[in-house]
Design a protein around this ligand. Structure first.
Ligand SMILES: NC(=O)C1=CN([C@@H]2O[C@H](COP(=O)(O)OP(=O)(O)OC[C@H]3O[C@@H](n4cnc5c(N)ncnc54)[C@H](OP(=O)(O)O)[C@@H]3O)[C@@H](O)[C@H]2O)C=CC1
Ligand SMILES: CC(=O)[C@](C)(O)C(=O)O
Ligand SMILES: [Mg+2]
Ligand SMILES: [Mg+2]
Length: 402
């Protein structure tokens, strides 16, 4: 008992020491950060406002951005007062964009195949059959702004069904440059007399929704492929705000799809999975326990260090780790850069030459595509690293069973 009490008081002392170390570091680093943040404004005129468009300095390059402050809710409601937005598809994006548009007070309907998985999800989330939930054809017919948020493979397969409803004067909206850029693989051509635009949220539709509910926003890219009305650009900016974006930046259909397919196969999903797995396997092979290997690879990354990158950048995360860690990370990062650069170069090539898009189309148009994806996800879920992860997550104090 005595020794347990003693160790508890040592732990308390250690944690209060850790807290004060952090506080001292925060004080020490914060002024430097404040000075850095102010620097560009004096070096170049980083911020100008031209008719609601802001030109900002991104690490030395000027880019135009659009923000929601230029489109308050009343202006959005007035701008879209005569429009019906038909959201085709109710995957993560249909869900996030559809609900955010609805909560912003716009006239939205959803179109999905009758009684499928998405239909059921839409009903469960308050869309009413015959009122604002329809089949894909019915919704495409009723909407004058048509959001094509079907899976990229379904955008190819259903194009002959949807195309007759995309008549002159309408707006065809995508959240990916896929269908149009790889039109030799999808047969999706911009119909005459139609505005063809893109707004691609840079993150999961699930996050688009949760950030919107928290009053925050996910950044999105925007592009105009065809401007039949002469107002396509303004329309897509307004739509980008209406779906709950953070800031909007300019791209083209091909730049969006190349960067998006590259990023998700790379750092965002493919590469991070490979890196985590390789590090975990080395630790396990060297006799470390699953708990230690998982904490040292994933838990510390997601719970402690990566959020610091998000908050204030890579150097801030480094600055909040020990000098021992900083020395080692600064020495080793180049080796990881050198090892991965050729892989990223291969990946970009495979995206640009259409190999990746063709594979996604082929695989995801098979009748059993969801089952086979689920099978592969199950293999990940049941591998040791992620089973260990489940136990670790359950041990987070906030997840402790009351
Ligand atoms: N996931 C994301 O967060 C992001 C996605 N995007 C892009 O947004 C678009 C939508 O993606 P996402 O929301 O992920 O959706 P998914 O790729 O998960 O596709 C989901 C929708 O496609 C429908 N669908 C699939 N096959 C068929 C078919 N043969 N007939 C009818 N409907 C079909 C599904 O309906 P059912 O349930 O009935 O099968 C479902 O409503 C894509 O272009 C994607 O690249 C852009 C940014 C991020
Ligand atoms: C979430 C997102 O932006 C992705 C990873 O590109 C996608 O789901 O396609
Ligand atoms: Mg993306
Ligand atoms: Mg993507």
């Amino acid at each position: 008992m005595a020794s347990r009490a003693a160790s508890r008081s040592i732990a308390r002392a250690a944690s209060s020491a850790a807290r004060s170390t952090l506080a001292i570091r925060a004080l020490g680093v914060a002024p430097r950060f404040a000075a850095r943040a102010a620097a560009p404004a004096t070096a170049t005129s980083a911020f100008q406002q031209i008719r609601g468009i802001k030109t900002l300095n991104f690490g030395g390059s000027q880019e135009k951005v659009y923000e929601r402050s230029d489109w308050p809710k009343e202006k959005l409601l007035d701008y879209f007062k005569n429009d019906t937005i038909a959201v085709l598809g109710y995957g993560p994006q249909g869900h996030g964009q559809g609900l955010n548009l609805r909560d912003n007070g716009l006239n939205v309907i959803v179109g999905v195949r009758k009684d499928g998985r998405s239909w059921k999800k839409a009903v469960a989330e308050g869309w009413v059959p015959g009122k604002n939930l329809f089949t894909i054809e019915e919704a495409a017919n009723k909407g004058n702004i048509v959001f094509n948020l079907l899976s990229d493979a379904a955008q190819r397969d259903l194009w002959p069904t949807i195309k007759p409803f995309i008549t002159p004067g309408k707006t065809l909206y995508f959240s990916h440059g896929f269908a149009i850029t790889y039109k030799h693989q999808t047969n999706v051509e911009a119909p005459e007399g139609v505005d063809v635009v893109l707004c691609a949220p840079k993150g999961s539709g699930t996050t688009l929704r949760t950030l919107f509910l928290e009053g925050k926003g996910l950044n999105s890219s925007i592009a105009v492929f065809q401007d039949a009305s002469g107002h396509a650009h303004e329309r897509v900016v307004a739509l980008g705000v209406a779906i709950g974006s953070g800031y909007l930046y300019e791209t083209t259909f091909s730049k969006e799809v190349y960067s998006d397919l590259f990023g998700e196969r790379g750092v965002l999903m493919g590469a991070i999975n490979g890196l985590f797995r390789a590090q975990y396997d080395v630790l396990r092979a060297q006799g470390h326990s699953p708990s230690e290997a998982f904490n040292e690879t994933v838990e510390e990354a997601t719970q402690s260090l990566f959020p610091l990158i998000g908050a204030n950048g890579m150097d801030w995360m480094y600055a909040n780790c020990s000098v021992t860690a900083q020395r080692g990370a600064l020495d080793w990062h180049q080796k990881f850069y050198d090892a991965s650069l050729p892989v990223f170069q291969d990946l970009y090539k495979s995206v640009k030459d259409g190999t990746e898009s063709q594979r996604a189309l082929d695989k995801n148009s098979q009748a059993d595509y969801r089952e086979s994806l689920e099978k592969e996800l199950k293999e990940i879920r049941e591998s040791e690293i992620w089973r260990a992860g489940e136990t670790v997550r359950n041990l987070r104090p906030e997840n402790a069973k009351k």
